[in-house]
Design a protein around this ligand. Structure first.
Ligand code: HEM
Length: 487
């Protein structure tokens, strides 16, 4: 599938084949809705946890302790919001690019409910002290440590079953279309699904059952990094390569650059994992390898960002006319900033200052919210009228959602970056811990304030989605094939 074909909307999905819709719209809707609910809970947990830093934490009982809420915040952002959101998009994009249905709608609903059950079991497991001490792999194994005695729902096992079902579900159309020339989005999705299975197994099996100590920590670093780099990134980039040409109605600027970006991601990204544990007992040569490949990733990112900005050339009015394009390109700018920042912060020189400070938290929010969440918001903005067959209820609410989110992430990022630098330099000067806390307090107030803005923005978005379903005007089917007109 060439990007020229993509841009002219000459896609295999002419919405129906053999009287049946090619895309399982019900599954797309359900995953988007579940993603929205998960994000709302995740943000609320993040907000409540941020109150702990101000000495205002509202709960005294053990179940809703700050540590538990932190796990709810990070895990629901990743597994509830991003995974549900990306799954919704793959259900829409893969059949449209291959002209083939997914394996089975029934299996789709089974996967959907298993996944939501996993999220409930994970969150309630956290509240009941069943988390594991593996960063991003905290989902409960369900076994008493070192034994095969069950003490909770074996969530890790369920995730593997759910992931395998999802992979088969989405690989079936890819396999059926194997004689076609794959558009770059399908490269990313295929690789992302295979890497997801390998990454999850690696991170949830090897450190706990096989490798102890620093070797286990190095594997955990690889897991954290690869979850973002080998699942979230290919899914995000794949979506951008699909939606940007479609909405702009023009081919992607350079097919060659997109191919370079793909192979460079596959080659460099997996080796950077240890950069999460720099200045640790992991051997220096391993850390040094991670530092070098992390810097190399910046080159890859630059090729992708250049490709997207060159595609926008001559169509900059879309930034004004299309909310989706706004979300995408603001997200792309933030992506570039995060990755540029990464190639500096990964050096030992920077690490001596920023390690264990809010700088890292600023970085995490910029990439997870400012980039990948923005890209998903963009795709939802474009897709929601098409999957609900209703026009957006309110343009103003869309604008509020965008502007509140953008201002919130800029404030949070700048605020926590400064807080990180101040704390880092104070630590280097061996200032007492209490003085560092005092210096950080005003910044933590600003973080909570920006979090409230983020939640307000999300509320506008979710309310608008709900009202679109209930009261939106009917959306014309033929109109849905002329992307920009929806805005
Ligand atoms: C209401 C908005 C939000 C608030 C108030 C908030 C607050 C927080 C707080 C207090 C932490 C813990 C920092 C620490 O332990 O020092 C945290 C961590 C984190 N949050 Fe959020 N957050 C919000 C939204 C989000 C969103 C939308 C995402 C992703 C989509 C996200 C992703 C993360 C990640 C990845 C971490 C881990 C950072 C690390 O370990 O370095 N947050 N957040």
């Amino acid at each position: 599938m060439s990007s020229a074909a993509l841009a002219t909307n000459d896609l295999p999905d002419l919405t129906r084949t053999e009287g049946r819709s090619l895309v399982e719209y019900g599954l797309v809707r359900a995953h988007i809705a579940a993603a929205g609910v998960a994000l709302a809970i995740s943000m609320t947990a993040g907000f409540l946890y941020s109150l702990q830093f101000l000495g205002w934490f509202p709960f005294a009982d053990e179940y809703l302790s700050p540590g538990h809420l932190r796990l709810v915040h990070t895990n629901l952002a990743a597994y509830g919001w991003l995974v549900n959101g990306f799954t919704a998009m793959t259900y829409y994009v893969i059949p449209r690019l291959t002209g083939q249905r997914v394996w089975s709608a029934k299996i789709g609903w089974l996967i959907f409910w298993v996944w939501q059950f996993i999220l409930v079991a994970t969150v309630s497991g956290f509240l009941m002290n069943k988390a594991q001490a593996i960063e991003w792999g905290e989902t409960p194994t369900g076994f008493r440590p070192g034994t095969f005695e069950l003490n909770w729902i074996p969530v890790d096992l369920l995730v593997v079953i759910g992931a395998v079902l999802l992979i088969v579900q989405l690989m079936v159309p890819l396999y059926r279309a194997r004689d076609q020339k794959f558009y770059v989005t399908l490269w990313y999705f295929t690789a992302g699904l295979v890497w997801l299975a390998l990454t999850y197994l690696m991170g949830n099996v090897i450190p706990e059952w096989v490798l102890p100590g620093a070797a286990g920590a190095a594997t955990t670093g690889l897991f954290i990094h690869d979850l973002v780099g080998l699942y979230v990134t290919p899914m995000g980039w794949g979506l951008m390569y699909f939606f940007v040409p479609l909405i702009l109605q023009k081919p992607i600027w350079s097919h060659s650059l997109s191919v370079i970006g793909f192979w460079a991601l596959a080659f460099f990204y997996p080796l950077g994992g240890v950069h999460h544990f720099l200045l640790s007992p992991i051997p220096d040569y391993v850390e040094f390898g991670a530092i070098t490949t992390t810097i190399a990733i910046e080159v890859v990112v630059t090729t992708v960002v250049v490709n997207f900005f060159m595609t926008l050339k001559g169509k900059t009015s879309a930034l004004r006319d299309s909310f989706a394009i706004r979300w995408f390109y603001v997200g792309a700018v933030m992506y570039f900033i995060t990755c540029l920042q990464c190639s500096f912060q990964v050096t030992w020189t920077f690490q001596k200052i920023i390690h264990f400070t809010d700088w890292v938290v600023a970085h995490a929010h910029l990439i997870m919210f400012g980039t990948f969440t923005f890209w998903l918001f963009g795709t939802i903005d474009w897709l929601w009228p098409r999957v609900t067959k209703r026009k957006w209820y309110s343009r103003n609410l869309r604008a509020w959602h965008f502007w509140l989110s953008t201002m919130a992430i800029v404030i949070m990022f700048v605020d926590l970056t400064i807080a990180g630098l101040i704390a880092g330099f104070m630590q280097r000067e061996l200032n007492p811990w209490n003085d560092i806390l005092d210096a950080s307090l005003p910044f933590w107030w600003v973080r909570t304030f920006s979090g409230a803005m983020m939640i307000a923005g999300l509320f506008c978005g979710l309310y608008n989605m709900y009202m679109t379903c209930r009261h939106g005007e009917p959306y014309d089917e033929t109109e849905s094939l002329i992307p920009l007109s929806a805005d």
